[in-house]
Design a protein around this ligand. Structure first.
Ligand code: DON
Length: 315
């Protein structure tokens, strides 16, 4: 326990001092204002113990990390039927790429690239209006984290709407194949608002516990998803969670992880811990530069990896 505190503190100190911090995303204007000096880390163990470092309590824009929660809800709504409209293969392309959609008939490669997440948002609209879906998503993450203060940053959602030309293109293109079934404005309203969720590393790591705990939220005892579904979401995070950087992330950390252009990464050590890191500067693939390095340091120090048969879990 004390050992894990020491590891987390050492990582936070190293990352706070690191000179090469990557480049903060600026294509969504409010994200460009976040200081690159920020770094936070939160490790929540299966028994609920939290180990926090740096700016772990400061909310940031979770962006594409929200795709994990939206997928979880959509699978709850539609079950495995969802896989008729979204694939399960890594794309090997950038998060906002449109190229594969033409040859693959408007079926996105996976639910974590933008095109896939837009289809998931469209699926969530099934029986609801956009405001209801956004409310359901917000309630879902608040419930997972046990924290009613979690909110959506309306300024970020608005800026995404104003600048999201690529997402509009993806949505209209998929609509031409019949894989977007609602008005594009409605589908993208859901998508932009989910991306604009603001959460701290601490809140996000708490919300991710069900993925580390066989689908169960350990603090409420509630089965959020079945254990098989939790494993499958983790498999997708590992194979597709970092876009065309997913192989590199798996190679370096050995853990399922989902990144966002706000600089956050949610990673899962199954049976052991839910982990969030945040550093706003991104690498050339749009993933947090120091966040990935911090997770590499953590997994090296702890031995946590889905490929490690008997990890020393410090619990
Ligand atoms: O749609 C977008 O471009 C953003 N709202 C989310 C992209 C994102 O986070 C990609 N992740 N690395």
């Amino acid at each position: 326990m004390l050992e894990l505190d020491r590891i987390v503190a050492a990582i936070a100190a190293e990352m706070k001092a690191a000179p090469d911090r990557g480049k903060v995303a600026d294509y969504i204007p409010p994200l460009a204002c976040v200081p690159p000096s920020k770094f936070g880390i939160a490790v929540v163990l299966a028994d609920g113990t939290c180990h926090l470092g740096g700016d772990a309590e400061e909310p940031f824009s979770i962006q594409s990390i929200s795709k994990v929660f939206a997928l979880t809800l959509a699978l709850g709504e539609l079950g495995d039927e969802l896989w008729r409209r979204v694939g399960r293969e890594p794309s090997g392309s950038a998060f906002n790429s449109i190229v594969q959609l033409e040859s693959e008939s408007g079926i996105p490669r996976n639910p974590f690239i933008n095109a896939g997440a837009i289809v998931v948002a469209d699926i969530l609209l099934g029986r609801f209006r956009p405001n209801e879906v956004i409310g359901n998503l917000l309630r879902f993450v608040r419930n997972l984290a046990g924290d009613e203060s979690i909110a959506i940053d309306e300024a970020v959602a608005h800026a995404e709407h104003q600048t999201g030309f690529r997402n509009f293109a993806l949505a209209y293109y998929m609509r031409s194949f019949g894989n977007i079934r609602h008005a594009v404005e409605d589908t993208l309203s859901v998508y932009f608002h989910q991306c604009a969720l603001a959460m701290s590393c601490h809140q996000l790591a708490l919300a991710g516990r069900y993925l580390a705990n066989d689908g169960r939220n350990p603090s409420t005892g509630q089965n959020v998803v079945t254990s098989q579904r939790a494993r499958r979401i983790n498999a997708l995070m590992m194979s597709c969670g970092h876009y065309d950087n997913s192989g590199e992330f798996a190679f370096r950390t050995g853990l399922p992880g989902k990144s966002g252009v706000g600089g956050g990464i949610l990673a899962v050590a199954p049976g052991i811990a839910s982990i969030t890191v945040w550093s706003p500067g991104l690498n050339e693939k749009g993933n947090s530069q120091l966040g990935s390095l911090a997770l590499e340091r953590l997994t090296q120090a702890t031995g946590w990896s889905v490929f490690e048969p008997r990890p020393d879990n410090y619990a």
